[in-house]
Every structure is written in C-alpha cells, then in structure tokens.
Design a protein. Structure first.
Lengths: 444, 112, 444, 444, 112, 112
C-alpha cells in the first residue's frame, strides 16, 4: 500500500472525504469540521491504544528474559519455550473465546458465552455515534489480548525448573480461554464487581492477582524443586544470568507504561491526556521507589545489595500502582511503591520459609503486592469493602478453578513434573533437546 | 604417599565430598572433565539434524593421601559415588613422590 | 528547544498561526478549522510514521540478537559487527541513492536515477494540497530507510560464520543502494508491478524475498561451513546462546507492528485507523499461530519441542502475513500464519538436505514463507497471476544481480571466505580481534 | 477504567463535551471546532511527549546492557545494580527537587529553589490559553525526568569495576537533585545561557557533557582499576559479553529518537512535525555515519574491525548531533556523525594514554563528542561564542561541584574504592553477594 | 598399568578419539586446558590497547592402559594429532599403580 | 623426569608463569580447578537464603621437568605463589616415565 496513498489517497481517505462531502451537502460547513475531528480523534485514540498494546506485548519479552535469567542454565531453554508459546497460545485462545466472553456482556456473574471478536466499527457508525466511539474495536482487542498473556507469564516463573512443558501449555489454554476472561468480565466487562464499585484500573487484581492465584495452585500441586528444602534448610539455586534478569525487569518497566498508560483507553481530550500522563508519572515513581526500598532493605537485612530483590522491588511497585495509577498524586504513588518494595522482600523470605518454591518471586510480586495495591486504592478513591470483595472473589475463583485444572492435567498427562533424573540433568535436554549455552556448560 | 584420582558423576560430588571429610580428609582438588566410556553419550536433534554428544560430563577429584589411607579412601569414594549404573566412574592410584605446601614450605605428609 | 515552546510558542506554531490568520482573513471562519485539522492530521500521521519507523529500526536489534544467539560463540563478534554495520551502511546508501531511485518515478521498469531525498513539504504546500499530503517527507524517508536494512539483515544470517566481514559490507553497499531500490520501485515506487496489480502491502516480496534471494546467491557462491556436511551426514552446530535468539525473535515481533502497521502510512482517518488496527491484530495472530504449529510439528517429528524451530515459526508467520495484513480477517490471518509455521520447519530440513547451509534459517523464513505469503494474498484480495509475476520478477532480478555482485566481490577481494584455519578458530579473532565471551571460552 | 469508556464516555469526555456545549452556547458553531482542536492537539502532543519519554526511559536499559557487556564478569552485578538504582534515585530526587529547580524560574544564574512539580493544567486553563498550552505538565515532567537519569548513567560506566556501590548512589542523589538541575536551568529553564543564545536542542551539553564532567571528576578522585597501567604499559581488560554491549548500543540508538525527536516538545503542527521528522532522520544518519567511520578507522589503525569502537562511534554520532538535530540537513548531520566517529576513537586512545581509566569510553563519547557537537552547531545555526560559553560554564560548574562532592563522599564513607582484595575477586561478591553468571565462572 | 596424558590441539579431539576407539580403547577422560610452550600465543588489540594471550587452548586426554598397550596408543595418538606444526602437543606417561571401577569394585586391568 | 603439579591462587598465575619462564621453563599446561582445604569457602545470601560456596577457585599448573630441575622449580613456584595466607596451595611431584613430542616423536628430555 506504500505508494498508493502517497500518490492518490486511499480508499480510507476517499471514504472519509465522501463522508465529509455528504456531511457538507446535508447540513452546513460546520459539520465538515465535526466529522473531521471525530475521524482524527478516532485515529489518535486508535494509534494510542495500538502503541500501548505493543508496549504490553513487549512485556512478554520482559517476562521471558527475567525468568531465563533467574533459573539455572540447565532449565533455560524450557522457560524460553514456555514463555513464547504461552504468549502465542493465549493470543489464539483469547481470539477464539476469551475476548467475547470477557466483553460480550452477561448476567453480572456469568458472562454470555459467545465466540470470536465481532466486527470492526464502520466509519458511518463512528460518525453517527458523534464522538462516543473513540477507537477501533480491533485495537481494543489487540490491547486486551496482551493482558491475558501477562497473567499467564506470571505462572510460568513460579512453576519453573520442574513442570512439564506440555502440561503447562495445556493449562495456558484454559486460563487464557476461560478462567481469566470470566473474572475479567466481572470487572472490565461490566459484571458484578464493576457494579459494586471495585476499582482496578489496569489489573492489579484482574491480571496480576489472577496470575499469582493460578501460580499458587500450581506450586501447591507441583511441589518444590528437588533439593530446595533439605533437612529443614533452604538451599539457594542462584539464577544463571543476572544481566538477562535486569534486562527483563527494564523491559517490563517500559512495557508497563503501555499497561497502565493505555488503560485510560483514550488520550484525545485534555482530561484523558492528563490522566494518561499521570499514569506514566505514577507508574515510574512507584517502580523507582519499590526498587530503592527493596535494595535498602536487602542491604540492611542481608548486608548485601541483592540485585534480584531490587528488581523484584521495582516490579512490586509496578504491580501495586496498577490498581489505580491515575488517582493518587506522584508523592502518594511513590509511597505506595516504596511500601510494596519492602513488602515484597519480606514476602519472598516468608514464602520461602513456608516451603512454597517460587524461583522468580512471582507469588510475592504479583500476588502479595497485587493485593496490597488493590487495598491501597481507598487512600485515593474507592471503598475498602469493594476492594476486599474484589480481592476475595478474584482469588477464590482463580485459585479453585486452577487447582482443579492442575489436578485434571496431572491425571490426564501422567503427572505435572518431569522425572527426578530429568530434573537433575535439566529439563532442557529432556523436553527440548537443546541447551541454552551449549558451549559454556559441561556437556558439549 | 599416593595420589588418588577419581572420576565420578557430577551429582555425586557433594556426597563424595561429605564422605571424604567425614573420613578425615582436609583437602582435595576438583575439576570438570568429560568422560568417554561404556556409558554412551546421547543423541540430540538440533533443527532436525541429529548430533551425538559422545562425552558425558564428569567430575575429577584429586586427592593426595598417605599410603596407609589409600584403601580407606577408595572404599569411602566408592561408597558415596556408587549408583550401580554404568558410568559411575573410576579411581586411579598414582605414586606421589613429594608434596610441598606453598605457604610454609612444609614437605611430605605434613604438607597434606 | 526545550524551554522556548513552553514559554512562547515556536516558529512552527507561529507559522501555523500566521497561516490560520491568513486563512481567516482570506475566507471565512470555517477555513480556520480546516487548516488546523490538516495541520493536526499532518502531525498525527507524521508521528505515527516516525514511531512505526522507530519500531522497524528496532528490528535491527532483533536480527542482531537472533543471529548472535544462533551462531557458535567463536563467530559472535563478527555477526554483531556485520549487523550494526550493515544497518549503518544501508542508511547512508539509501540516503545518497536508494530512496530517490525507489521513489523518484521512472519508466515502469527502469527508475529515473537521481540522488538524495528531495526537500521537505512546506506548511503552505501542505495546506494548499487540502489534505492530500498527510505526512512529512522526511518521516517517509525514515520509515523506508529502516526497510532496506531489514532486507540486508536477512543476508547476514544466511552467510554467517564463514564470510569475510568486508566482503559482506561491500555487498551491503550495492544491495541497499541499487538492487533493492530498483525492485522496490517496481512495486512501491509505482513501477510495472504496481500497475499489474501485484499486492505486497508491507514487503513479503520487496523486502523479505529480496533479502532471501540475495542470501541464496551468497550461500551458493560461498559454500557451507567447514564440516557441516561430512561423509553424507549433516552435522549440527548448535547456537551458542538461545536466550539471545528468543530475545531477538521477540524484538522482531514487536518491531513488526511498525513494519506492517506503519505500512498503511496513515492513521488519521477512521478507515485508515481500522486498517492499522487490523494489521496489528493479524500480524500478532499470524506470528502466534506460526510459533504454535512449528512447535507442535517439531514435537511430533523430532519428539522434542525445538525452541529454535518455534522461533522460526513465529517469524515465518510474520513474513507470510506481511504481503497483506489488512485484507484477511483475524481467523484467516491466523490460518496463514499456521501454515507458514509448518512450512518453515519442512523447508529448513529440506534446505539442509540440499546442503545449502543457512545457520539461522533465513532462506526458509524469508524466502519460502515470503513466497507463500505473496501467493496466499488471493485468498483475500488480488490475483494469482499478478502475485506470481511479482514473485518471479523480484526473485530473478535480485538473485541474478546478487550472484554477479558476489562473484565480482569474490574476485576483487580475493575470495569471500575466511581461511579454513580462521574458520576453525573462529572469525572473531581473525576479523575483529575480539572474543564475544572472553572469560567463558577456552582462550583467556 | 477499561470498560466504562467503552460504554459511556469518561469524565474527561464529559468535561470536554460540556466545554463544547458551553462554547457552542456562548458564541457560534466555530468555537466548538476550536475547542475540540485544542483538546485534540493537547492529546496528541501529550501522547507524543509520553512516548518520547518512554523511549528515553528505555535508554536506561541501553546503558545498563552496554556497561554490563563491557566490564569483566566479576563486576557485572554491581554495574547492573548501579544502573537500575541510579535511575530510580534520579527519578525520586528529580520529583522532589530537581524539576522545580530546573523549571521554576530564577535570576538567570541562581534558580529559585522550590520543590515538587506543581499542579497539572486544567482543561479550562488549556482552553483559555487558546493553543499556547499544548501538552500535559506531568508529561513534560516525565519526559524531563528520564534525561537526568541519562546524565547519571554516563557516570556509572566511567567509574565501573572499582567504586563502592553506596558511594556512587550517594553521588547520584546530589547530581540528579541539584548539580544537573541548576545547569539545566541555565539553558532549558530560561537562565543566562538561554538568554545568551547558547543552542543545545536536546542536551549534548546539558545532559552529556554534564555526565562526562561529573565522570571525569570521579575518575580523577578514584584512580584507575588495579593493574590497568602497570610498568608504563596499558593492560586491556576485555569486556565480558559483547552481545550485551551491542544490544545496549542499539537500545540507546532507538531510545535516542525519543531523546532528540521528543525535544521539539510538540508535533501537532506542520512545522513541528517536520522538525521532529528531521530530528529522527538526522539522529539516525549521524549514528550510522559515526559507526562506519569508527569501524573504518579501527580497521586501518589496528588492522582489526573493533566492534567496541564501532559501537562507541555510533554513540559518538548520536551525542554530537544532539546539540542541534533539526537545523542541519541530513547530509550535514551525517557529516557531523562521521567526524564524531573518528574523534571518539582518537579520544579513547588518548584518554587511555593519559591514564584516565574509563572502562566504557564514556568520557570520549559523552564529553569529547558532546563538546564537538556543541561547537559544530554554528555550521547550521547559533554563534561560536555562545556555544563556547555554554561549554565552559557547564563543564566548569559540573566538574567543580562534582569534584567537591566526590571528595566529601570519600571522606564521609571512608573511601570511594573497594579494597584491593575485593577488586581482585570482583566487586559483585563483595557488594552484592551475587555472581552474574554463577554457573560459568570459576566459583560455583 | 600406565596413565597416558596427551595434550593436543582442540580441533584434533575428534580424530584422536576415533583413532583410539578404533585401536580398542573403551574409555578416556578429556578436559580443557591452556598450554604455554614454543607455540607462542597471540597479540590482540582491545580498544587500541595491545594485550597478549600467552596461552593457547588445548585439550588434555587422560587414558589408563595396560603396560603392553602404551607404545601402540602413543603411536595412535601421534598419528591422529600430528599436524607437523609447532604446538601439536605432548604425551606424558606416568606409572599407574591401581585402578578401581566405582560401580563394581573390580581392580587392575579388569577395571579399565 | 618428574611431573610437577602445582595448585595456586588464580591471581598468582601471571607471576608464577613469569618466574618459571625466567627460570628457563619453555612449556607448561594450565587448567582451572576448584580447591577444598583449610581455607574455607564463603557463605553467600541469595534472595535471603544462605548458601555455602565450599570450593575456592584455583589454578593447576602441570610441568614436566628433568629430575635435576625439580627442586629449583619448586622453589621458584613457592617464591612466586606465596602470599603467606592460608589457601596458597600445594605442589605435588610425581614420577614421569616418558614424554613424547607429538609433532616430531622425540622422546625423553628432548621432548620437553
Ligand atoms: N581407560 C580409561 N582411562 C581414563 N579414563 C577412563 C577410562 N575408562 C573410563 N574412564 C572414565 O571413566 C568414566 C566411566 O567409565 P564408563 O566405562 O562409562 O563406566 P564404568 O566406570 O561404570 O565402567 C568415563 O566417562 C571416563 O571418564
Ligand atoms: N614442560 C611441559 N610441561 C607440561 N606441559 C608442557 C610442557 N611443554 C609443553 N607443554 C604443553 O604442550 C603444548 C605444546 O607445546 P609447544 O612447545 O607449544 O609445542 P610442541 O609440542 O610442538 O613443541 C603446550 O601448549 C603445553 O600445553
Ligand atoms: N590432600 C589434598 N589433595 C589434593 N589437593 C589438595 C589437598 N589438600 C589441599 N589441596 C589443594 O590445595 C589447596 C590449598 O589448600 P588449603 O588447605 O586451603 O591451604 P594451604 O595449602 O595453605 O594449607 C586446596 O584448595 C586444594 O585445591
């Protein structure tokens, strides 16, 4: 299409012109301007949503790198494979089922089960709506589809280094096609949680708590990595490539501007633009504060500046502010991030003491700090009761359905775990027949 | 004195080390090696092309001991490293004429 | 410039205001609105094109990481150097020659040979055009320049681990300055392929097939890596760093939203915005489907979930949908991606059996799936005959001119290949005097 | 917020509509269009600024990867920690103090010392300004905050592999909270350098020279890495992971489009859009040219195509064009980049001969080429005298205050350097208790 | 029994391994080492500063054999590893007093 | 002839190499090993969990020398490797029956 527009104008342009001409003929010159403004605003908001979606999609790379950096080298290929495959599976399932379940309306608790994603808005319909339809339907789908992948990415980190690849992907089918869309409907699809006044701007609950609840169920069914808790002692399995972990965190950080900034869904008015800008500033401030407090706490507690804790601290701040990044001012947002950064360190240690083996800290970052973020919303808006109801409903639904699914998959596939021998020599060779760094490890 | 060189499976290193220290050994030297033997390597696929990994990762432990401890240490190593599967490894015993401690210059069994 | 605007308004703003005032004096109040809308639309489309271009530029990092991950560690520095240098060379050559050859008009087959890139649109000219000039000329140049680098990146992967650095860069000069712009002119510059009705929205043919044809010529002249095909057996040379390969693929994926989404060239009307959104959704869906089918096929065929095949599958889907990402619906796009994912696995195996040594699978991904994508266009638009003509013309032109160039360079530079000893000990030390991972490999 | 807009329109939309209605009632139909256009333009410019800011934030990842790739593996974790922590510290300090110092007005030399960042523009105020307020105040803050982190990132590379983590972070507090904002005020805040006609469009001086001057002071106080200059010979300490260095450079390259392209601050008029497009093209051209000339020079000089020099060459071109990327044409910009690429290689060798130990070449890239870029501005605009004044003032201020700060920190924290033994065995274990690649290095 | 230690060029490993297995050897242990010798290392430039790489990458093969096979194996190794260029490596022969198979406890030549 | 195996601290490698070449040695073989001994490893924290690194990184130098040079070389190594701190390492001396130069087939001291 590259040359045509340049020379002639496209079908699109022609259509618009036609509309403008029609408008011009039907009414007066002013209609012309109105239609053009609606058209331009639609273009801007659609573009804004698509760029935000691309940033959220980019978070898939962030999770991939973060998790690849925090597992041992013998399990890196599988974690890479899981991450790229879960993103793909989530996109396809959400196209086929999830989106329409989530946004197809329903009775408040039960969504109306329908498929696919519905037709695009016609130019005529947009004009007729007089400014109420402000962006492309497909752009909305694209933005939303990247969120479900985020939820599933959270799971992959927590069950890393021991779960079978195909068992994991089977679960991804169900979470992205059904479990997530149903609770998503409760809030963003206009279901009962929305009616109740539950506030979750960009998904501390709908996305992050959901992922963490599914992960927790998985971790419980799966058990810890062999040798992790031996003779009452916790064994450390240091991550194999910390630059990748840092890169992953920074990717997530930049992607989060799309996650939170895009969730306003509209940037074409002054108020919306201000809200989006506020979301950017608060997102950045919360992450920065979370990183700093986690680093300081690790220094005071362990006498070492633990980089992996600092990275988790940044993510903790991001997750916490996601519940409502437009209502608090920058100082309050920074404060929320700071508390999340402390919380995540304490939570990681505690969860490890509880012998819940979570190689990347996903339960703490997305679960504990997701809940914290939701419960901190009343500091600026919303009510405590509505927030608590949201947390309980989302957690319960996702945890229980996930537990059932994990158990079904366990039975159906003859176990969720690789064999102990495969675990010892690394799931990479067992599942993928590849090594991540074949020239640098023992086996050449 | 003798030098014992033991080739073992990597995941047995910790057990062997613990067994040796329990037996009173205060030092040893460890390195990563690749072994070729009765235990065959494995075949892998990379982008559809098969490739053989002939060598298995192994750990080599080097241990200088007084003559009278040789048998005991061989028994200890065998006890800890044995999985009764092929590829468990070998223990070699070589004559060792002298040992010197770098720090102090002590010689012989005192240097161990 | 940072403070002035804030306080006073810029020359730009002043100019615009002046124009508006002029317009206001000349005609009626409505003209004011019209000029503002044209100005705003120009700003939006220019920004959209620049962001899309930045995403395409980012693909350079994707190719760099993908190729660095898939070669052996002793050849990593050269592949990094080739990739950053080819991008730079392509940018300079396209500025000096390529752009004007491609978009300077011509006789249909022969372009008019002229240089540089022509002047920017003045505000007055844009206003006078009344909405037909919708974005900055330089923004268009920027968007286009990133495409030629993509074509050349494809070559670098296929000839990796054995070609001399400077021979490769000499070829880059010619491809980006002449070979690519001429066939690009045929389609996007309004040449005979465009007249014929050949459809290639974002470059399955113009960019990807072009790169693959040049690569094929190079591979034929160059021969396989030493030891690759020995005694009738194919030897595997596993890639040295799979996290980088996964990262590279994800970078390409996100960059592709600029590649396909930007090729609409305009987002400021409802129809254009819808087309861009469709391009995003279809691009994502095709990649996801390609990844999943390639992974499944490798599991069934090799009994292992081969990550490198899955990554190539995603790229295969992306290349295939690039021919026309706005016409098919999301389901058809997903289907096209799914077929491409299967095709690429079969093609990689076949090409390897033919003893064409392509370390990263570039011929299959960009060549075979580029052709497949072009030939799949008639499923939604265009004609079979026009598509076939396009494929044949692009392939023939690029392959023959490239073959000639490779042979000329071979003679002029005393061979395209490094010596066998240099190949054994790695081209990194021989050509760059550096090791990629000096502390992790034998030589310290 | 995801569902509400879709169904009802937001508060923002409502406000706008209300305004439009008011406008409509008060005056004539045309007023309606005017308000809508202001609103839409505000949305576009805010979005443009936020995306540009996100790209600049992404540069943090670029510095992190570049530096992690160029240090030895035993010092990688600390450099990662420094980079993520300095970004966070800078964000918080700039929120609390820096922004208001820099943009709060003042006497020309002394800024007015005030705190925090002031309130957002209300929709009414924006409308009342009639087009003079074109973007969100918070978006401006977000864009600016990412610049200060860049300045500090420059320092971290130069003092790598020997400085104590917490000493470094203490310095980051002061630079980002005070030293940088004050000289930033001189130019971008409307201080005396701005009045003088000093041109520094996007920060060759304000950001890059500032970072380099602070780094130089640090390097002088700190001394070289142990063993670097022994018996009159320069010892090479090759970087441990060149793919990361290449990735970092490419991240910086793409981020620079936000750095330079965003510094126009506005894209919603034809003139502004053209300027932004010019900034993109020139930024890209200068980087490409710098890379090529540095690569060629290293080939001729050292007989090897030194990738690390090529990467520094690209950055040199980027830094040099940053002083004024909108005034020169693409050819001149390419020329400026080309000279910078040569200059940086000569400078790196010279600085090494002077026994100033700079592991990543930051002094040459940001200092020498920053000055070169500023002094090259008169080729297209501005005066030689004003440029020289700017260079001298910025350098002197930053160098002297930094020197004092480093000395204060040295005394207060009992030395800036880790102990010689810690340096030998790597600062990672000493400071962070972690290894970057625990499975690949000796110590397991 | 003897222990043969051969230092060879890395790219000869496959040939030497094949030649040894053709000659009837069933096991060996291989490791990566760095060699310093007549074959000088190389000079490299990094950012304009010269640096010497004094050590060349080499492969060390360790092989326990019965006394009577020593000469044959030395010939086999030399035949396969020889490139007639400096740096081809060395073969060391050390006395080996005992070998024990970890899995079974067999001793002496039976353990090989 | 004898084979000297010295275990030293990694950062002493260059000094030891220089001292040995000054003493007339023309070749040696070096590898990375991990040592366990009186010098204890260190404790680290990773995400709040403590872990022990029992092994310290060491360098092993292998050196074949004529009998009469043994004492001199031991002295040279000790002189260069000594830091007078625990963990400086050990020197082992083993009998060496034969050396063969791969390239030429020379044997005995001529092959060194
Ligand atoms: N003749 C030999 N010389 C040196 N090392 C050997 C020899 N034979 C075996 N090894 C080493 O011992 C390891 C185990 O030997 P293998 O034959 O696989 O099993 P097993 O010891 O159970 O018979 C090998 O991987 C190799 O490292
Ligand atoms: N005296 C020695 N002790 C131990 N290893 C040696 C000795 N001399 C040489 N080597 C090893 O043999 C390798 C080859 O030796 P070199 O002198 O380079 O060539 P050549 O064997 O052809 O004379 C060296 O790289 C080193 O690993
Ligand atoms: N009995 C032994 N056999 C083999 N290697 C040993 C033995 N004892 C010590 N070593 C090696 O020597 C190194 C130094 O020994 P160590 O006891 O720590 O200090 P020192 O040599 O100063 O007494 C150890 O790290 C280990 O590699």
């Amino acid at each position: 299409m590259k040359s045509q527009i340049w020379k002639l104008g496209t079908v699109g342009a022609v259509t618009t012109l036609a509309l403008l001409v029609m408008a011009g003929t039907a009414g007066a010159e002013e209609f012309d301007a109105h239609a053009s403004i609606i058209s331009l605003g639609y273009g801007l908001d659609t573009f804004y949503l698509l760029m935000s979606g691309a940033l959220v999609m980019w978070m898939a790379a962030g999770f991939t790198m973060l998790e690849a950096g925090l597992v041992r080298s013998k399990n890196v290929v599988v974690i890479l494979t899981k991450n790229v495959a879960l993103y793909s599976v989530a996109c396809i399932m959400y196209l086929l089922f999830g989106y329409q379940i989530m946004y197809g309306g329903g009775s408040g608790v039960l969504p109306g089960f329908s498929f696919l994603i519905g037709p695009e808005h016609t130019a005529a319909a947009v004009q007729a709506a007089g400014g109420d339809i402000t962006y492309s339907h497909l752009a909305d789908f694209f933005f939303q589809v990247c969120f479900v992948a985020t939820a599933m990415s959270i799971v992959s980190g927590a069950v890393a280094e021991r779960m079978k690849l195909w068992a994991f992907l089977a679960f991804a089918l169900v979470l992205s096609g059904f479990i997530y869309p149903i609770e998503g409907y409760w809030k963003w699809g206009g279901g009962f949680l929305d009616t109740l006044g539950f506030v979750d701007f960009a998904g501390s609950g709908v996305v992050h708590l959901c992922g963490a609840a599914a992960a927790l169920a998985g971790v419980l069914v799966l058990g810890p990595r062999t040798g992790k808790y031996k003779n009452g002692k916790i064994k450390a399995f240091p991550g194999s490539n910390l630059p990748l972990a840092a890169l992953g965190t920074l990717i997530l950080w930049v992607g989060w501007f799309g996650f939170n900034g895009g969730s306003q869904l509209k940037v074409s008015t002054i108020a919306d633009a201000n809200a989006v800008a506020m979301a950017f500033v608060n997102t950045n401030g919360a992450a920065a504060a979370g990183l700093v407090t986690a680093l300081l706490l690790s220094q005071f507690w362990f006498r070492k500046a633990d980089l992996t804790m600092a990275l988790n601290g940044a993510l903790a701040g991001l997750v916490a502010i996601t519940a409502e990044p437009t209502a608090p001012g920058p100082l309050l947002a920074t404060g929320i991030g700071a508390v999340a950064g402390l919380l995540v360190v304490v939570s990681i240690i505690t969860i490890d003491k509880l012998k819940l083996d979570d190689p990347v800290g996903a339960l703490s970052v997305h679960g504990v700090c997701g809940i914290f973020g939701l419960m901190a919303v009343p500091l600026s808006t919303g009510t405590f009761v509505a927030q608590l109801t949201g947390v309980v409903c989302i957690f319960t639904w996702v945890f229980i359905t996930s537990l059932i699914m994990w158990l079904i998959i366990k039975v159906a596939m003859g176990g969720l775990r690789v064999s102990e021998e495969e675990e010892y020599s690394g799931v990479d060779i067992a599942e993928c027949g590849l090594e991540a760094y074949p020239e640098f490890s023992g086996d050449k | 004195m003798k030098k014992i060189e033991a080739i073992i499976k990597p995941f047995k290193l910790e057990q062997v080390k613990d067994a040796l220290t329990d037996a009173g050994i205060t030092g040893m030297t460890v390195s990563e090696v690749k072994g070729y033997g009765r235990q065959k390597g494995h075949k892998e696929m990379y982008r559809g092309a098969e490739y053989n990994i002939d060598f298995n990762p192994k750990i080599k432990i080097e241990l200088a001991v007084p003559d009278e401890q040789v048998d005991q240490m061989v028994t200890v190593i065998r006890g800890a490293a044995n999985t009764e599967k092929i590829g468990d490894g070998k223990i070699f015993i070589l004559p060792l004429e002298e040992v010197v401690r770098v720090r102090t210059g002590e010689k012989g069994e005192n240097a161990l």
